[in-house]
Design a protein around this ligand. Structure first.
Ligand code: 5GP
Ligand code: ZN
Length: 131
């Protein structure tokens, strides 16, 4: 059972921001900021690590268009586009989705902090990533 598949199949109601053959975008029920939107493929994939390239690209393309539309029409100053991938990264619904979170001020109700980790050997990290 997947709650987003149920939304896509209209078994659960949602506020649809955008819909086409492959992608659905809905207002997030929690509205971290006004206009917080979720962009998801209609085909079920757990997350971006598992999705096929075409599906991921279609979602990103819609996310870009909607981010422009949301920022402009809601008079936001910018937005965060987020994808939480796996539980460790905060994924709570196991159906690929991208958050579009409009930003209105530094004090709005989202906090994203990049704190430095202990020093890394960048050459070693690079070698490991390249495999
Ligand atoms: P995640 O934590 O997986 O990145 O994000 C899941 C998001 O889905 C959360 O922001 C949560 O508020 C939203 N969500 C969970 N259930 C529903 C629902 O039934 N309807 C809508 N519109 N959003 C939901
Ligand atoms: Zn699903």
């Amino acid at each position: 059972m997947c709650i987003f598949c149920d939304i896509i199949e209209n078994k659960i109601p949602s506020k649809k921001v955008y819909e086409d053959e492959n992608v659905l975008a809905i207002l997030d029920i929690s509205q971290v900021t006004c206009g917080h939107t979720l962009v998801m493929p209609k085909k079920h994939f757990k997350n971006i690590l598992e999705a096929d390239e075409d599906t991921a690209c279609k979602c990103i393309s819609v996310a870009q268009k909607l981010a422009r539309q949301i920022v402009e029409n809601l008079d936001a100053k910018g937005c965060n586009i987020l994808n939480n991938c796996n539980e460790i990264a905060g994924q709570s619904v196991d159906h690929l989705h991208f958050h579009i979170i409009p930003r209105y001020s530094e004090n709005d109700s989202i906090k994203i902090a990049f704190e430095e980790s202990p020093e890394q050997d960048l050459d070693e990290v690079l070698a490991r990533i390249r495999g």
